[in-house]
Design a protein around this ligand. Structure first.
Ligand code: CO
Length: 370
């Protein structure tokens, strides 16, 4: 297993050389895990991975991580500091040893300002950029094990989607928060590790706020309900959206809006193949929504890459000319939002294949009770 991480690090080094950068510095993040195999939440102590363009990487880490790093990471050069020491002394040492002190360093995009400020202060002769310059092209192309994990996570989300929709009229009268808890406990029962993001249950007018989360509103008969959820499986997230009616008749315009979104989803997915740009997928979905007269009400990009982070590249958005490649995994999730009335979003994950794409989700996309 550790070979995977070392192999990724070596490919990262090749890219560093290709873009004429001297090193990457990661802090606890999915980037750090991707390269080292060590997973930790961000914290206020200096825990930094230095990957030079050639040679072996090194950690600067609090001594309390000594044993964990030895067990979980393939990186052998671990320099520890104790609470009370100045970790920047070690940062200067490592930078000197790895020949980084005057170089162009690419910092973890999600590194806290606390650490970027310290690195700038400790290494005044270095220049700085963002690690996504070299890591995004690597991370967006999933290997078979990553795609397999994403497929399992999608299956968990699909299973729960079907089970929750089978509640039918029993869901009426539940609050959004109660239904979100129900979804999350079913995700766990189905093999999910933890929710990949705050579960969205947007009932009636709340569905018109794309990232509503969930609140105290009770689900009423005829409410369109946006259900957007997923859980991690083996470290990779599910992310799937359906807009459903549990019982009763929805507002008059709803069926048409739902049809627009479903057709846009299909058009977006049909546009996916190697060599086309990310923005062309956005356009394909958006044109359908526009043809229904809802262009102004599709207030977000069509999708986002999904991997160790639930939102990562490639972003399926106007202006992104990245060409799709086999192994890229992303969402296609058009939506229509009518403020004060309802929202509709339908989302599937797809993996780009040699000649098109494969959908990872297959639960019913209709709104009618199952
Ligand atoms: Co999504």
């Amino acid at each position: 297993m550790t070979e995977v991480f070392e192999e990724r690090t070596r490919r990262c080094q090749q890219r560093l050389q290709a873009v004429d950068a001297d090193g990457v510095v990661c802090f606890p993040s999915t980037n750090l895990y991707y390269l080292s195999g060590f997973r930790e939440e961000p914290g206020e102590r200096h825990l930094l991975l230095f990957v030079p363009a050639a040679g072996d990487p090194a950690f600067v880490a609090p001594e309390m991580y000594d044993e964990q790093l030895a067990e979980e990471s393939w990186v052998a050069d671990v320099r520890t500091w104790s609470d009370g020491d100045d970790p920047l002394d070690l940062v200067r040492d490592v930078a000197a040893d790895l020949d980084l002190a005057g170089g162009r360093l690419l910092l973890d995009d999600r590194m806290w300002a606390l650490f970027t400020q310290d690195l700038r202060a400790a290494l005044p002769d270095a220049g700085f950029g963002l690690a996504s310059e070299v890591l995004e092209p690597l991370r967006t192309r999933k290997d078979d094990a990553e795609v397999a994990a994403l497929r399992r996570a999608a299956a968990v989300a699909d299973d729960v989607s079907v089970a929750v929709r089978e509640l039918g009229a029993d869901a009426v009268g539940m609050t959004e928060a109660e239904l979100a808890r129900e979804i999350e406990s079913r995700l766990a029962d189905a093999g999910g590790e933890e929710p990949a993001f705050e579960t969205i249950v947007g009932a009636g007018p709340n569905g018109a706020k794309p990232h509503h989360g969930h609140g105290d509103r009770e689900i009423e008969p005829g409410d369109p309900v946006v259900l957007d959820f997923g859980a991690f499986v083996d470290g990779y997230p599910g992310d799937q959206t359906r807009t459903v009616v549990f019982d009763g008749s929805p507002p008059e315009e709803f069926d048409r809006a739902h049809r627009a979104v479903r057709e846009a989803l299909r058009a977006g997915i049909e546009a996916v193949e190697p060599g086309v740009t990310a923005e062309s997928v956005d356009r394909a979905a958006r044109e359908v929504v526009e043809s229904y007269g809802y262009g102004e009400r599709f207030v977000h990009r069509t999708g986002h890459g999904v991997g160790l982070d639930v939102h990562e590249g490639p972003y399926i958005v106007e202006g992104n000319e990245t060409e799709l490649e086999p192994g890229m995994v992303f969402s296609v999730e058009p939506g229509v939002y009518l403020p004060g009335e309802f929202g509709v979003r339908i989302e599937d994950l797809v993996v780009v294949t040699g000649d098109g794409c494969e959908r990872l989700n297959d639960s019913p996309r209709t709104w009618q009770p199952l």
